[in-house]
Design a protein around this ligand. Sequence first.
Ligand SMILES: Cc1cc2nc3c(=O)[nH]c(=O)nc-3n(C[C@H](O)[C@H](O)[C@H](O)COP(=O)(O)OP(=O)(O)OC[C@H]3O[C@@H](n4cnc5c(N)ncnc54)[C@H](O)[C@@H]3O)c2cc1C
Length: 521
Amino acid sequence: MTTHMKSESSGPVDVIIVGCGPTGMTLAALLGQQGLDVVALERYEGLYNLPRAAAFDDETMRTFQKLGIAEKMLPGTNVQGGYIWVNGRGEVLLDIEYDNPGRCGWPAQYMMYQPHVESVLDGLVASMPNIDVRRGTTVTGLEQDADGVTLTAVDLHGVTTAVRGRYVVGCDGGNGFVREAIDAGLDDYGFFENWLVCDFQLRRDVPGLPTFRQVCNPAEPIAIVNIGPGYHRFSFRLEAETTRDEAAQPQQVWARVVDYLTPDDADLIRVANYTFRSCIAERWRDRRVLLAGDAAHQMPPFLAQGMVSGIRDARNLAWKLGMVLEGHPEEILDSYQEEREPHVRFITEKAVELGRVQTMRDVEEAKHRDARMIAARLANEKPDKLVYPSLAGRLISTGGGELFPQGLVSSVTDGTALFDNVVGTGWLIVVDSAATLAALPESTREAIAALGGRSVAFSLASMFEPADVSDTGGVYTRWFAATGNVAALVRPDSYVYGVARDAEELAALAKELLGQLRAVA
Ligand SMILES: Cc1cc2nc3c(=O)[nH]c(=O)nc-3n(C[C@H](O)[C@H](O)[C@H](O)COP(=O)(O)OP(=O)(O)OC[C@H]3O[C@@H](n4cnc5c(N)ncnc54)[C@H](O)[C@@H]3O)c2cc1C
């Protein structure tokens, strides 16, 4: 094949994204929404069109809500009420109920058909005039200097192009190019398992088919999950002695699922062999190049948090890149790995731990596990809810680091809807009453407004006070009462920057933030 080099004459774009998986497309859309010029390079010509991830959570749905595509996601999802573990004899070991709504105002767990989710994201990205998606383009070279990054990419005809951007984000998956190019290193947990993932398209309703179940049978651990309306997945851990090609034969697959499905119920649409790994890049940023999603971290899917974590990265990074490109200090980007890595580490370690418990092959050990878990159930001990750690670092202040809850609120202009739809996102000062805001100096308010921020007052002390919104769902009355705060300073990614117990603390908090962003009026 002849190689041609095409050079682009126009100046650098704001951000180049390498890889259009769920992380890259979400990041592109979030940056595009801020009005930034984005080029997204993807080696495949079309969408991947096969499911990998099976589920996402309410935080992801809140990001889709921000992008205006939450409703479009719904036809490709099922709300999941709970998660059940049974042993080889079918006895229930664990029965987890998911919150509905969860902290982010949406059901805490959705089962999804990934091609649907990706096609909605793709449609959104394609509709944004400031995002230039170039499919069939593989990135092969990266060079950065003080002002930007030049990527070299080859298209399907062998034509090589140079693309220059002020920042590059590698969203190019676990085996991508960018992590290697910046020599980011990899902290490998040494977790390495082969799984056979078998996807079915249902022909009819199959009564009793579990929608989210772990069969903790030491003879053969199985994960059974619904993967969106009309689709189902059975996953089997493969032992070293199993011949993969043989296990993937349709008749072998049907034999494994015979207790649940027959060819009259469903078509077997795909059998894939995955190696689940756990590793985290040591460095998520090298000057103007950053990593996000599987490029920065990989985890086994036992907590259904791989893609979800990538979308969290995108949400965390998008506003920071936006601010830096607007002229705020570049150190803002140092908070990215500082905040995201411990979060991802916690989830990865939990996923590995859960996986080990679920997939025990030692019969005696499994018996002990079953006895312990059944005894806990008989004693009515509710399983601990998994609480992810708060964010910490330079862009988190006193009492901050958690997601600000989302509930139903009402306003005269917008009626009743979820908080983010009525109030919007961005820098927000949310107060229990208008009186709390009064002590904030005018210059501080103006400086917050210059960041695109605004204040939102409830009237929780007295219904006769003026209020911007009323707390229709009661979420904020409960939050202010439980935390003892009168105000929260909320970041553009809906995480709390810091909280205040009185007007004076609020003024100090706002000043601290403005100092960090060097945005003092
Ligand atoms: C069986 C299974 C079940 C899972 N279940 C869940 C689940 O329930 N919930 C969940 O949240 N996660 C789950 N995951 C994990 C989830 O699928 C991944 O975390 C997610 O797909 C990662 O998204 P990404 O965009 O970061 O990377 P990818 O989806 O890998 O996308 C990377 C993109 O970069 C492109 N690319 C690579 N190299 C280049 C290059 N040099 N130039 C241009 N483009 C390039 C690729 O073609 C690809 O499109 C599961 C994974 C598996 C395998």
